[in-house]
Structures are given as structure tokens and as C-alpha cells.
Design a binder for this molecule. Structure first.
Ligand SMILES: C[S@@+](CC[C@H](N)C(=O)[O-])C[C@H]1O[C@@H](n2cnc3c(N)ncnc32)[C@H](O)[C@@H]1O
Length: 234
């Protein structure tokens, strides 16, 4: 699924590192699962959490209620769903709201000016392709801070990046790094995707990445950046 901050293009590099020492039955946990673009490439015991209510309602309907989403949504309906949330089901809004500019929640109806691309068909196909690989994933919809994590899990964190998060989003990065320290000390293997980390975190992988994220909350443009993976190492 096209999703803001998707890690699909890094999955083949990251997963061998994350899963290197995985034992049978060991849980793989994503507190910030988003578009499930990592989760759909992992098998076995898994927990996918995300704080976004409509997003997780959508995954639940698709994976467990066999909901068949629409393969086309008109702009009028898209706008109605954006502006009148109470008139629609959460899972429908989840599906429609994320088929937006840059995979960002209701960030604008996607339309190909040359008429060559059918964005709704792409969205439909991408999601339908993921579903068989997500059967059996335990879904949660809460803040990562409240997430109950089985002992000795592999935790992969892909939070909203500090450089791309606006102050208004309310994501507390200091608290987040503190939570990563705590989880590591509890015995979990914790991995974090970010551009930068505090000094007691060690970079185990990096790659140049052209980011199309917005910087300081303003959108547009691309910016050179290094995609990194960190572990806690005091
Ligand atoms: C960079 S995206 C994850 C993308 C995902 N790894 C993928 O490849 O599709 C970050 C996610 O964190 C979620 N999020 C933001 N604050 C959160 C919180 N406090 N607890 C849990 N999830 C949160 C957002 O809803 C978003 O889906």
C-alpha cells in the first residue's frame, strides 16, 4: 500500500537484520505498522499496532471480515468522506483517505492529468496483494506507549520521523527514545528506523534515501537524507 513513510523499498535490506536471530515462536512486533509494508513480508507470530483508528479498522475489515473494497471512488465521494466522517464506516474512510497525495491521510484526490494511471485500481491491487500475507497478524489500535508486548520480542519501530513531524502532530520524540531504552532493557530486541538518534543509540545500517516527506510540516520538494536503522547501545 502506498503510504507516507513506507519502508517497502528498504524491506529487503532491513528484514535480514531484524530477523537474523529470530527464534521459533518469537514475536515480531511493529508499534507503528502503517501501510504494513514491512509486516506483509514477515511470517510467524506478529503484532501490528498503529494509533490511526480508521487505518486499523480498514486492515481489520480486509484481513478478518473479507471486506472487498471498491476499485474506484469518485472525487465527490472522496470529499464527502473527508468532510462528513459520521456518515461512513471507519474502515471505508481508512481505505479512501489514504489513497491521497503521497499516501497521506486525505491530502488530496489523486488524478493523473494524462489519464494514463488509474490510481484507484493501483490502490485496490496493492492492498489486495498484501492481504494473504497478513492473515494471522494480531491487530492493535492504541498508542505504542500502551502496547502490551510479549516477552523477548523483536520490536521494529518506524515512527513519524523527527525531521518530518510538525509540532502540531504531538509526537513526543524524547519520550519515544526513552521508551526504546526501557524496552531494550526489558530484554526485547528493539530496532528503530530514523534519520538521527540520541548518542546512546548505534547505527547498524544506513542508505542514501531521497525523501519526498515534508520538512518542518511544510510539504513539497525532495531532500537528500540517510535512511538509518538504530539499536540501543549505551
Ligand atoms: C512512518 S509511518 C509507518 C510506515 C510503515 N512502516 C510502512 O512501511 O507502511 C508511522 C506510523 O506511526 C503511526 N503513529 C503516530 N503516532 C503514533 C503513536 N503514538 N502510537 C502508535 N502509532 C503512531 C502513524 O499513524 C503512522 O502510521
Amino acid at each position: 500500500m502506498k503510504y507516507m513513510g513506507s519502508k517497502s523499498r528498504f524491506a529487503k535490506d532491513l528484514l535480514p537484520i531484524l530477523l537474523k536471530d529470530r527464534e521459533n515462536d518469537q514475536y515480531y512486533v511493529e508499534p507503528f505498522a502503517g501501510g504494513m509494508n514491512m509486516m506483509d513480508k514477515v511470517s510467524g507470530n506478529r503484532i501490528a499496532n498503529d494509533a490511526h483508528q480508521e487505518l486499523m479498522a480498514m486492515w481489520c475489515a480486509l484481513i478478518y471480515d473479507n471486506w472487498n473494497p471498491p476499485s474506484f471512488v469518485s472525487e465527490a465521494l472522496y470529499l464527502d468522506m473527508r468532510d462528513n466522517p459520521e456518515a461512513f464506516k471507519s474502515y471505508e474512510r481508512g481505505y479512501v483517505g489514504f489513497n491521497s497525495y503521497a499516501g497521506k491521510w486525505f491530502a488530496g484526490y489523486r488524478r493523473d492529468k494524462e489519464g494514463k494511471r488509474d490510481y484507484w485500481r493501483e490502490h485496490y491491487n496493492n492492498i489486495k496483494r498484501q492481504i494473504p500475507f497478513l492473515k494471522g497478524v494480531e491487530l492493535r489500535n492504541q498508542s505504542y506507549l500502551e502496547l502490551d508486548i510479549p516477552e523477548n520480542s523483536i520490536i521494529y519501530c518506524d515512527p513519524p520521523y523527527e525531521a518530518t513531524t510538525s509540532y502540531r502532530s504531538g509526537f513526543d520524540h524524547v519520550k519515544f527514545w526513552e521508551w526504546c531504552r526501557e524496552k531494550s532493557k526489558e530484554g526485547h530486541q528493539v530496532f528503530i528506523s530514523e534519520y538521527r538518534a540520541p548518542g546512546d543509540f548505534y547505527c547498524v545500517w544506513e542508505r542514501d534515501a531521497k525523501s519526498t516527506f515534508s520538512y518542518n510540516g511544510t510539504s513539497g520538494g525532495t531532500k537528500e537524507s540517510k535512511e538509518r536503522l538504530f539499536v540501543y547501545q549505551p
